[in-house]
Structures are given as C-alpha cells and as structure tokens.
Design a protein. Structure first.
Length: 282
C-alpha cells in the first residue's frame, strides 16, 4: 500500500524527534529503515537509529525499559531486512523502494516471525540486546556496487583510501570528515593531522587532482572534527556527525569564524598550514 504522507516529512519528523505518535507506525519504521540503509551498512548507522528511536519514544512518553519502548532485536532485524531488500532492488529510487517494501511480504509486520519464535522475539533479553533468529537465518547480502562511503566499514574505507583504490566519487565532504574522525579515534590529534594530510595528498596525486588539495582547509577540517570529538564520546562516526550536523552541513561558516576570506583564499594557504587570523582553534 503506497504511503499516505510524504516519506520526506516522516523522515524529517523522525530525525527531529517530534513525529506525532499516531504517525510513528510500522510503515514509518520501514520508511526510516530504507532511508538510512540506502547509503549505509546497518552496523554503521545502528547507534544513530537506536538513539533517535529512544528519543522519539521519550517524546511520546513511552519509557525505554526492559518491558517497553525500544527493542534492539526488532530494530536490527528491520535494518538488515531493509538492507537486503534495497540491495536486491537497487534500480529503484528511494520513494519506489519504500512503497515496494511496505507493500511486499518482506515488509509485513509479522515477517520477523518467519525467523524468530514468539518466545524469543518478545523476550526481555531480545528487547535489551540483539538475539540471533532461532528459526531461520536472515539473508544478509553485501552490496555489489558501492554507491556511498557508508557502505564500507571504517577499516574498509581507510584501506581503500590509503591504497588509492576508493572510487573518487565516494570521497565527499562527509567522507573527508569521516577520515579525520577515524584517525583521531586511533591517534593523538597531531598524528591524526599528519596522517590525514598525507593520505589525501597521495590520493589526489593518484587521481590527478593535486590542484584541488588545500593544506590549510584540510588541517582545519581535522582540527574542527577534533574540537567536537572531545565533546562527545562515541565509537561510531555516523553517530558523531548526527550529534554535530553543523560540521557537515555548515562547515563553511565554521571555517569563516576562524579565517578571513583573504587568508583562506591565498595561495600560501593552499600549500602550507596558516594559523587562523580571526579565532584560534581550541
């Protein structure tokens, strides 16, 4: 059955944690799952989804306890199920995928019972932590075509980037930030800065885009990520960027608060790191 309300409005309400309770239906859960797994592996976004569902439950006055609210096993089941469905139907766009998933047997509310017994699925333990299906295994297929860096685990992403095997089209602004976050998560900040710069310089040289490299902006990006990294403890980049969306969506304003246009646009800033002339990095 096609969705009655624009899926973009449902996703917007979910992300802002103010979706009306009567709109937080099973179909809305499926919309959310498809929306997120199109560009991410389920394990990459689970911390984000978990946090957002719990926050929305709290907004509705639904306590997240061992007996109510958030359910870990069901959430993971639907993320993986949506991922498999999207992988098998990769020629459809997002709205088509959502409509097909909602109308298909794989999206039926009772579908998890093909894999779980009621005793296991509705147990307190399954709500609290992920329990493997006890009836049938879930078919988890990796995407044949990587269309977003979120389809890679951290180690896969770094390995492909450092070996210059990553598709250049995947190295978006968000991917730049992810690279910085991964290195910061592994090394002290000064080491992370050097590793990011070296890796990006090697990569752009390999793809013939040396003229696009900007040393001050690259360093500034790492310093910006590190600034926010110290404010939020998480083991997941996508959770981090969800907590501080401005780093991704309004990065220019963050840079503008530290650098004047004259300095950041200078030829010197492209080749060497120039300290900010407006506001020092903390």
């Amino acid at each position: 059955m096609p969705m009655k309300r624009s899926y973009s409005k449902i996703i917007e309400g979910f992300n802002s944690s103010d979706l009306a309770q009567d709109e937080w239906t099973h179909e809305a859960h499926l919309m959310m799952a498809v929306h997120y797994v199109i560009k991410h592996l389920p394990q990459n976004i689970l911390p984000v989804i978990r946090k957002k569902i719990k926050k929305l439950n709290e907004f509705h006055g639904t306590p997240n306890t061992f007996d109510s609210g958030y359910h870990e096993s069901i959430t993971i089941f639907w993320l993986y199920n949506a991922f498999v469905f999207c992988t098998k139907n990769k020629d459809l766009n997002e709205e088509e995928l959502i409509n097909e998933f909602i109308s298909n047997k794989e999206g039926d509310k009772s579908y998890p019972l093909n894999f779980y017994s009621k005793k296991v699925l509705f147990s307190t333990e399954a709500r609290h932590r992920y329990i493997m299906p006890d009836l049938n295994e879930l078919d988890v297929a990796l995407p044949q075509t990587i269309v977003h860096h979120g389809h890679l685990l951290d180690n896969q992403f770094v390995d492909l980037f450092e070996s210059c095997e990553l598709d250049p089209s995947l190295f978006s602004h968000e991917a730049h930030l992810r690279l910085a976050w991964i290195y910061i998560n592994k090394f002290e900040s000064s080491v992370a800065e050097k590793k990011v710069c070296t890796a990006i310089q090697n990569f752009v040289a390999h793809v013939g885009s040396q003229d696009k490299y900007h040393h001050t902006l690259t360093m500034a990006a790492v310093k910006t990520v590190y600034h926010f990294y110290q404010k939020y403890d998480t083991e997941n980049f996508f959770d981090f960027i969800s907590e501080f969306p401005k780093v991704k969506k309004d990065f220019k304003s963050l840079i503008d608060s530290h650098y004047s246009p004259e300095l950041i646009q200078s030829s010197s800033a492209r080749s060497i790191f120039l300290e900010p002339d407006l506001l020092e990095y903390s």
